[in-house]
Design a protein around this ligand. Structure first.
Ligand code: PEP
Ligand code: MG
Length: 540
């Protein structure tokens, strides 16, 4: 028996036969040719066929994992059409008088190396994509069939790395899990695994000799066990059974209300970081989105995202949610989330520094661009806006002035907007303590318990050494939550929790007793929290 530690990119337990997937190395020979024009035409025909294959894969992926996860195949099509990539291949054929296979392989390697050496994690991850598209064109040139049937029975798939196209082509009913040596949590393959809810590990020290042996993947503990002993196998059969039963029971809760035994209804929403998380939101039957951390748009960009780019992302989210509430939080960067092109100064205490609303109010042009995009998107669904890191009424009044002027500007341009609730996050002790005053100026409160705990207890949430001291159950934090709910209700506004504590089912009953109206949790926590709400006897 061998036990290997790895990084989990998706939880769950899988037990089954291991299949080591070894990609056929393309043994490309540098064949000399004389008819360079004919060779270029051969390449162009193969490229066209690759585009057709990718189009078909896109359709398949849309059906299986949703539009956002499928988008990678459109990216592949764009990469195949990239001018530099094509010029390099054609140039290699022409100047070196070599076969198309060789020209595609060398160009693919060069481009993959270039991406791999980039600083940005997103571009690093694109290295695998360039390799993937190049291998596809080479397979077509060689007349080989597509890589579809990696497995024909349910297996734990081991691979050095898996390209998104390989992952999506796998028949889900034949795949128990996958374990790779390479890959990152940011890669599209990891994202697809999460969307497909497959237990998956990366960074595992895998070996070809494990092929055909029995294996166990523990996606909860980040463990891969090869050739388990009878005792371990039995233990994991029990663990998996309990896990499956829990999941099956949770599925029965889909479509049910979030209602306590005494009839109190709670809104149960999901937190997302980008539009790619929408499939999980829908799969877990969340009633809306309680926190969309909009910073992803800024973190993934090389420069300030334009109004149109932002509008497209927000519109997509509200449209996908089809009339359900979508609360989008305005930009919350600074502290641990640094973006180079903002050119923020280095700070001694970044968590207490220039972040979130402080940046937006100091640089209103950035704020106005985001607000314009948000208000434009509001015409397409049920959009609400919330502002992070508030500490004073004065800030709220300034925000409202800017947001009013943005609405007036849009109206003057004849651009339609919808009715938008405007709320604030309560994540500083100052905001909690003056929540009676703040409640007079906003439509709702959403308590950010991650930061509220950090600032109430004076404990850096990023510092792993302080983990034992970071106690979100501290009476001071709970007192603040109750105070905020009470003050909100006095002014007739609702109060939710969107920090991680909202998913802590040991506190669900307490939150309901406190009068919390909404909980926004990660998509996979929606059904577990629903289960607890429905078992609560609570009379508010
Ligand atoms: C919070 O602080 O609780 C919160 C939800 O915001 P973030 O975790 O993004 O800081
Ligand atoms: Mg916060």
């Amino acid at each position: 028996m061998v036990e290997i530690s790895a990084k989990s990119v998706c939880g769950g337990i899988a037990i089954g036969r291991i299949k080591y997937f070894s990609k056929k190395e393309n043994d490309i020979r540098r064949k000399k040719i004389t008819d360079t024009k004919g060779e270029i035409a051969r390449y162009q025909k193969a490229k066209e066929e690759a585009v057709n294959q990718l189009g078909a894969l896109y359709e398949k992926a849309v059906d299986e994992v949703g539009e956002d996860s499928a988008e990678i195949f459109n990216v592949h099509i764009m990469m195949l059409d990239d001018e530099d990539y094509n010029d390099s291949i054609i140039n290699t054929i022409t100047t070196q008088e070599v076969c198309a296979e060789y020209a595609v392989a060398t160009t693919g390697d060069n481009f993959a190396d270039m991406f791999a050496n980039m600083e940005d994690d997103y571009f690093k991850a694109r290295s695998a994509d360039v390799k993937d598209i190049s291998e596809r064109v080479i397979r077509i040139l060689e007349g080989a069939s597509d890589n579809a049937a990696i497995t024909d029975e349910p297996v734990i798939l081991l691979a050095e790395d898996l390209a998104p196209s390989e992952t999506v082509q796998l028949d889900k009913s034949k795949l128990l899990s996958f374990v790779t040596r390479l890959g990152s949590s940011n890669s599209h393959t990891a994202i697809l695994a999460r969307t497909m809810a497959l237990p998956a590990l990366i960074g595992a020290d895998i070996k070809e000799e494990y092929d055909e042996l029995m294996g166990i993947v523990d996606g909860y503990e980040g463990k891969f066990i090869v050739d388990p002993s009878a005792d371990v196998l039995e233990k994991y059969f029990d663990k998996k059974k309990a896990d499956d039963e829990k999941k099956a029971l949770l599925q029965e809760l889909k479509g049910k209300d979030n209602i306590t035994k005494s009839g109190k209804k709670i809104n149960l929403y999901a937190n997302i970081g980008n539009p790619g998380d929408l499939a999980a939101v829908l799969a877990n039957d969340a009633g809306g989105i309680g926190l969309f951390r909009s910073e992803f748009l800024y973190l993934e960009s090389e420069d300030y995202p334009s109004e149109d780019e932002q509008f497209a992302a927000y519109k997509k989210v509200v449209e996908t949610m089809g009339g359900k509430k979508v609360i989008i939080r305005t930009l919350d960067i600074g502290a641990d989330k640094q973006v180079d092109y903002f050119n923020l100064d280095k700070e001694d205490n970044p968590a207490l520094g220039f972040r979130a609303i402080r940046i937006c109010l100091t640089r209103p042009e950035i704020f106005r661009t985001q607000l314009r995009a948000l208000y434009r998107a509001s015409a397409f669904g049920n959009l609400a806006i919330m502002y992070p890191m508030i500490i004073s009424v004065d800030e709220v009044l300034k925000i409202k002035e800017i947001s009013k002027s943005v609405r007036e500007e849009l109206a003057a341009e004849g651009i339609k907007t919808g009715r938008v609730e405007e709320g604030i996050m309560i994540e500083t002790p100052a905001a909690a303590l003056i929540s009676d005053e703040l409640a007079k100026h906003v439509d709702f409160f959403s308590i950010g318990t991650n930061d509220l705990t950090q600032y109430t207890l004076a404990i850096d949430r990023q510092n792993s050494k302080l983990e034992p001291f970071y106690n979100s159950h501290h009476p001071a934090v709970l007192k603040f939550i109750k105070m905020v709910a009470d003050n909100g209700h006095k002014e007739g506004i609702w109060t939710g929790i969107c920090g991680e504590l909202g998913a802590d089912t040991t506190l669900t009953e307490k939150f309901i007793e406190m009068g919390i109206d909404e909980l926004s949790v990660s998509p996979k926590s929606v059904l577990p929290v629903r289960r607890v709400i429905r078992s609560c006897p609570t009379n508010e």
